[in-house]
Write a protein that binds this ligand. Structure first.
Ligand code: IPE
Ligand code: IPE
Ligand code: MG
Length: 239
């Protein structure tokens, strides 16, 4: 079983269109599925689940849609809290929360606080998350710290991929083992960029609101049939 699974929950808008509904109706249905997928993942033994809910680029969508997504967050998150407590879900976020409306920030803080001692599964909601922004923020941290040293150049020289990652938002989250993208698009769209170096990718045409437990099980079975070689030969991996 992959330890950390990430999902780019794409296709809400197209799903809504097929139903003759507005985009926000698609996001509402999508949020329901997101709630279910946490439960399925927990039951299947996944320990960390990252859900891409809002990217740094999504601010450029129509104002009404952005506002709707933000209010979905502040309305649905408190409603989901009893569920998360019952299922042992520890709620975390990844991304820069500062530009979020204060009602959304409050809902997030409350959920993080209430669930911090839960241990069954980590739900990492990626909110105003962008992989490039995350790498840039880490770079700024690293440079700021180096400049405080007597020999900044030595500090920079001593950096490794591991000490660099320690400065990233994801520092306390395991690297992504499996990335699932629904909605048929074959791209990463700025999700977990650094760790995507060796993430297994799985794309499906299913639109997110139609995603079911069977679909998740299919993706996991596919993952289990793969050989993760990390640059080695197959023979090396097998011995
Ligand atoms: C994903 O669904 C949800 C968010 C990006 C918030 P989309 O809204 O991107 O749905 P499509 O891609 O337009 O169908
Ligand atoms: C990625 O979906 C972001 C989320 C699912 C939150 P998008 O619909 O924004 O991605 P692009 O624009 O198709 O790359
Ligand atoms: Mg999309």
């Amino acid at each position: 079983m992959p330890h950390h699974v990430g999902i780019i929950m794409d296709g809400n808008g197209r799903w809504a269109k097929t139903q003759g509904k507005g985009r926000l109706e698609g996001h509402k249905k999508g949020a329901e599925v997101a709630r279910n997928v946490v439960q399925w993942a927990k039951n299947l033994g996944i320990k960390q689940l990252s859900l891409y809910a809002f990217s740094t680029e999504n601010w450029q969508r129509p104002k009404l849609e952005v506002r709707g997504l933000m209010s979905l967050l502040s309305v649905l998150l408190p409603k989901t809290l009893p569920d998360m407590m019952q299922n042992g879900v520890r709620f975390k976020t990844l991304g820069d929360l500062s530009p979020l409306p204060s009602s959304a920030k409050r809902a997030v803080q409350k959920a993080v606080e209430a669930t911090r001692h839960n241990t069954a599964i980590d739900l990492i909601l990626c909110l105003n998350y962008g992989g490039q922004q995350e790498i840039l923020a880490a770079t700024k941290n690293v440079l700021r710290q180096a400049l405080l040293q007597d020999h900044p150049e030595q500090a920079i020289e001593a950096l490794t991929t591991s000490t660099f990652r320690d400065q990233m938002w994801c520092h306390d989250i395991a690297p992504l083992d499996l990335l699932i993208r629904t909605g048929g698009e074959m791209r990463i769209s700025n999700f977990h960029l650094w760790d995507a170096a060796y993430t297994e990718l799985y794309f499906t045409n299913v639109l997110w609101p139609d995603y079911s437990q069977q679909h998740l099980q299919h993706a996991l079975a596919d993952f289990q049939g793969r050989e993760r070689r990390y640059g080695l030969t197959s023979e090396q991996v097998q011995s």
